[in-house]
Write a protein that binds this ligand. Structure first.
Ligand code: AMP
Length: 404
């Protein structure tokens, strides 16, 4: 094989494992060297798909567990000549959703780190158990390679207390680690780090808002490279309207559902996380379908869209005030990078605040990298900056592995 230093990046969910093998030094627009997914773990029919630039392999045998899935995926990669052993991996990066108050940056994983991530399960009951599973299986299969955990929360460990604290009984909040943690931090950090270069300014001189709009969605305010606010909270349910998550709601709605509808905690959790947001209002969570429904005159779809945009503008407005002087706003992720109409509607009528969009630039995506969508005379620059969380994780993983 070549001298390229490859990293394996793993994103382990409750019934799936997504992974990529990539060169951390590569350009962000380059496709990963290998990408794959192991899904339907525990279901009668499993599914593994491995893809390289020149080959593809699939398997649909049942997958009893995550470890069976990962081992089989590695075996399939070997058959394609791109197995972890063939590639001489430098590091394995693991995406971990919740780092709680414990982790303010990526760390090389040892047994203590695994236990610390386990201790955070009450804060992320859906995510952290799957991450621990992924970490333990991968460490067992690849014992000679440093494993690094990269946390979705850590970019927001810099939030000032006034932004991080909820106005709750302080003792109760402290005992149960309740505060605003923020999520999508790897993405917000990755795209916000590119903006000073686009503006020709030093990072410490740039005040910016980053909008990660995918199936999950969040906004962040970043002052001089440091995160000062985020729309997400204790969990990734807070803030913006998302594909299936409600975003900010009056917490009393939960008590009302319990008392009036007789719903249990798990039912309400499911309702707010999986049956709300765009899906709750319109029946679909994908923006492409939503747009089609709107074009066909569906009123629920139009309402869902309007609520989404309205909530997004609420956060942008509050961050503009918070930052005082704003230099740039960036859109990223599936919706942010592809839905020009969302960007246009989110930024409409803000000329008095120094935001002037250029309709043509916004409509034409002719480059893979970042591009400006504001007018040349706009005081606040507006960009589309494609995110690449896997690449960001790979870069961290290799950096920390090399410091070992
Ligand atoms: P992500 O979570 O970043 O992968 O984003 C996924 C979401 O991006 C999907 O659910 C769609 O709503 C949205 N999306 C992806 N491609 C497009 C597109 N071409 N136009 C509009 N929305 C898109």
């Amino acid at each position: 094989m070549s001298d390229t230093k490859y990293a394996l990046v793993l994103n382990s969910g409750s019934s799936s494992i997504k992974f990529q093998v990539l060169d951390p030094a590569a350009d962000s627009t380059e496709p990963p060297f290998v990408s794959g997914i192991v899904e339907k773990i525990g279901e009668p029919k499993g599914h593994i798909k491995i893809q390289t630039e020149t080959s593809k392999m699939e398997d649909t045998r049942p997958l009893l567990s995550h470890s069976v899935g990962l081992e089989r995926a590695f075996g399939m990669m070997s058959l394609l000549g791109v197995g972890p052993q063939d590639l001489d991996l430098v590091a394995v990066g693991h995406r971990v959703v919740h780092g709680g108050p414990t982790f303010s940056g990526p760390v090389v994983i040892d047994d203590k780190v695994v236990e610390d991530i386990r201790d955070l399960i009450p804060l992320a009951p859906l995510h952290n158990p799957a991450h621990i599973d992924g970490i333990e299986n991968a460490r067992a299969l690849l014992p000679g390679v440093p494993h690094v955990a990269v946390f979705d929360t850590s970019f927001f460990s810099t939030l000032p207390d006034k932004a991080a604290f909820y106005a709750l009984d302080k003792d109760v909040a402290t005992e149960h680690n309740i505060r605003r943690y923020g999520f999508h931090g790897t993405s917000h950090e990755y795209i916000s780090a590119q903006v000073p270069g686009l503006l020709g300014k030093e990072p410490e001189d740039v005040n910016q808002i980053t909008l990660h709009l995918g199936n999950g969605a969040s906004a962040a305010a970043v002052r001089g490279g440091v995160a000062v606010d985020t729309s997400m909270g204790l969990t990734p349910l807070a803030g913006l309207v998302m594909g299936t998550r409600c975003g900010d709601i009056d917490p009393s709605i939960i008590f009302h559902l319990k008392r009036s509808a007789g719903m249990g905690v798990d039912d309400i959790d499911n309702l707010l996380n999986r049956k709300s947001g765009l899906k709750g209002l319109s029946g679909v969570n994908d923006f492409r379908e939503l747009k089609e429904m709107i074009d066909n005159g569906d009123e629920n779809a139009k309402l869902a869209y309007d609520v989404y945009i309205y909530q997004l503008r609420r956060f942008v407005g509050s961050y503009m005030l918070n930052l005082g002087r704003l230099d740039a706003i960036s859109f990223t992720a599936g919706v942010g990078e592809n839905a020009a109409q969302v960007r246009a509607d989110a930024m409409a009528g803000l000329e008095n605040f120094g935001i002037v969009m250029d309709a043509e630039r916004n409509a034409n995506r002719d480059v893979d990298g970042p591009f400006e969508i504001s007018a040349s005379d706009s005081a606040v620059k507006v960009f589309v900056v494609p995110t690449n969380e896997e690449l960001a994780i790979a870069r961290y993983a290799v950096k920390l592995a090399e410091q070992e």
